[in-house]
Design a protein around this ligand. Sequence first.
Ligand code: NDP
Length: 273
Amino acid sequence: MTDQYAVIGNPIGFSKSPFIHSSFAAATDQDIDYTKIEGPLGQFAETVDAFRASGGLGLNITAPFKLDAYAYATEHSERAKLAGAANAMKFEGEHVIAENFDGVGLVRDVTHNLQVALKGKHVLMLGAGGAARGALLPFLAEEPALLVIANRTRYKADELAQIGAAKGRVQACHYLDLAGQRFDVVFNATSASLRAELPPVPAEVFAEACLAYELAYGKGLTPFLRLAQNAGAPQLADGVGMLAEQAAEAFAWWRGVRPGTAIVIRALTVPLA
Ligand code: NDP
């Protein structure tokens, strides 16, 4: 029987994961079937039980089920533990292993695809939600000179800074504290762009050669990217590469072969201009 995988979310109609994983499977000669599941709210465990009973071997998890997936799993990677959330699961008999590839996918997109090193840089992360938590350890592993985390709800940024303190120089702050500070790389890890909103970040944070990176994807020039462009940031990116890279990590984890991502990134890229 063909090995079964799927992405689960609600809503799920928009998901690019079936396209991405089918492309990976074709490119690597893997015989898999990858579908999407619109999980009824409040019935995550029942839906996943049914998928496993029908032979499912692994799932990608998207909103709003990343915390449910973490709770469902019997084993958790360090990255999943830190994020308190899973974006991929693997089923091995009774064992359910939770992973979180969002952060490594983001770092790989920045360092490998965009060719921007984080080592020795001043990095600003806006937001302290699930995606920011997942990115914390992968960011610090790159040894930035300083990672500043700004969040509307300050205590969440403080929590992340505390967790990261053992691994590098991390500071938490309010948006207001950013006045007069400049950064080499600025990540928008808030969900503001999903509602065409702008986090209250001052335009002067973008240093001369700054990379402004919007984690949301497929939205074109978001208010954050427009602010960065108007402030003179020469390099803008959205999260399409992160999406492809986290998918490639999950595929490699499941199948033991890591696919290239260039073709799917090209196919899914929406112009930022
Ligand atoms: P969460 O809901 O976990 O966190 C949302 C964060 O955004 C919080 O820090 C919240 O602050 C902040 N926020 C929301 N609205 C505003 C606003 N108007 N002004 C300032 N801050 C705001 O979301 P995720 O971490 O899961 O997702 C964050 C972004 O990352 C989304 O755009 C999502 O699409 C993207 N993403 C992209 C992926 C990819 O593969 N490219 C993968 C995963 C996520 P507070 O704590 O104060 O509420």
